[in-house]
Structure formats: structure tokens, C-alpha cells
Write a protein that binds this ligand. Structure first.
Ligand SMILES: [Zn+2]
Length: 235
């Protein structure tokens, strides 16, 4: 089983009560090395400032009613560099960073930007919208399949493909939406999203694939730059 460390939550007490979560300062991460310490401490302070800003943005936008973020670390040292957003058993948003993700960032701005992006997925209700898209996509392909006289296994295949195409197309759109709002959250939390987005320079570029889950890095960087300009931030 993976170990998670609880580092920040807007509702400290309820999070403490949750099973499997512990409140431990970065200095007490099991097996933490001296090299990991500076990033772990940065992660803690970024979690507090970005988490607070993400919650404020979530309450302002009112697209979702659950705005109490919990930010966790997946302590498995073998887990690859990754950050993602999900919901806990009480439907509250959880953002999880792997240990290697934290170490792979070069400065607080990069950490803040990745965190702002993940938080934005929740503020924009992407999980709900994604399952809705899958249902709509399946329904469209179902109608098309029937029009063309498909039945049985073929029809089922059409429905699945429809759901997949609709989800993937929208997933790319969601990524860009999250980059835009993530830029705003990062900026409002006191970090520089233009420096933060330099993280894209170091990750593999997925290019523009029809069924890819992520837009090309260039498109993502452009969204960040455009949004930063609107915020009055120049390079
Ligand atoms: Zn994303």
C-alpha cells in the first residue's frame, strides 16, 4: 500500500480524522534524504499559499460546492513524476504529488504552477464534465450506429468509441482550460506563472495527436503567456 502524507488542508481537523492520513512536517517524511529537504519544505509552503488561493477561486466560481482541498504526497520513491487531482470519499478535492514530481521541479513557481493547474481541474468541474462527455459521446455514436444498421457487438463498439473520442477531444480542451485558470491561481498566490510554465520545457512533448490526452506543449505555453499578459505580467 502506498503511504500518503497529509501536508495541507483547509479543514485540518476533518483531514486528520481520515483513515490513512497523517499530519507530518516535511522534515519527518520517512526516509527523507538531505537532498530532498529543500524541495519538501518548498512544497509545504507552496501547498499552503496555492491551496488557500485555489479554495478562494473555487468559492468565487461556484461551479462545484466542494472546495476544501487536501494536498498529499505519494511517498513511494519509485512512483514516477506525476501530479493529479481526484476526490476523496466525502467528495472533497484531493491533489496528489509524487515524491519524484516534487524533486523534479526547479523552483517554487514551477511547483505552484503544477498545483494551480491540478486545482483548476477541480474548480472547473472537469471530473463531472468528463463523465458527461463520455455519456454524450456514446449516445451520439449509438444513434449513428443505429442509422447505419449496426446491432449487437458492433453497436457496443460504436458506443465505446464514441465515448472515447468525445472524452479525448474534451480532455485536451480541459488541459488548456486548466492551464488558463492555473495561471491565474498561481499569480494570485504570489508566484510567477511564466517561470512556472518553464516546466513544460523539460517534459516530453505529446505533439498534436488525435486521440492524445494532452495538447502540444507549445499550445499550453501560449495559453499561459496570453493569460499572463491579461494579468499585466510581462516576461
Ligand atoms: Zn491536467
Amino acid at each position: 500500500m502506498r503511504h500518503f502524507i497529509f501536508l495541507f488542508a483547509s479543514l485540518l481537523l476533518s483531514a486528520c480524522a481520515a483513515d490513512g492520513l497523517r499530519v507530518i512536517p516535511a522534515a519527518d517524511w520517512p526516509g527523507i534524504t538531505p537532498e530532498e529537504m529543500p524541495r519538501a519544505e518548498t512544497f509545504r509552503s507552496v501547498s499552503q499559499t496555492v491551496g488557500k488561493e485555489a479554495r478562494a477561486e473555487c468559492l468565487r466560481q461556484r461551479r462545484v460546492s466542494n472546495c476544501d482541498f487536501t494536498i498529499l504526497v505519494d511517498l513511494d520513491p519509485r512512483a514516477e513524476a506525476n501530479a493529479f487531482q481526484t476526490l476523496d470519499d466525502k467528495d472533497q478535492p484531493v491533489i496528489i504529488f509524487t515524491r519524484s514530481m516534487i524533486q523534479s521541479t526547479k523552483n517554487p513557481d514551477e511547483l505552484a504552477f503544477v498545483m494551480g493547474h491540478e486545482a483548476a481541474h477541480h474548480v472547473l468541474a472537469h471530473i463531472d464534465r468528463q463523465s458527461q462527455n463520455a455519456q454524450e459521446g456514446a449516445a451520439i455514436f449509438d444513434r449513428l450506429g443505429k442509422l447505419h444498421g449496426e446491432d449487437g457487438a458492433d453497436l457496443e463498439r460504436s458506443q465505446k468509441l464514441g465515448a472515447e473520442v468525445n472524452v479525448q477531444v474534451n480532455v485536451k480542451e480541459f488541459e488548456l482550460e486548466a492551464d488558463r485558470l492555473g495561471t491565474i491561481i498561481t499569480y494570485n498566490a504570489g508566484y510567477n506563472p511564466l517561470i512556472g510554465a518553464k516546466y513544460f520545457d523539460r517534459i516530453p512533448d505529446p505533439g498534436d495527436q488525435f486521440l492524445g490526452t494532452h495538447p502540444p506543449n507549445a499550445a499550453r505555453i501560449q495559453i499561459v503567456k496570453d493569460t499572463a499578459r491579461q494579468l499585466g505580467l510581462t516576461e
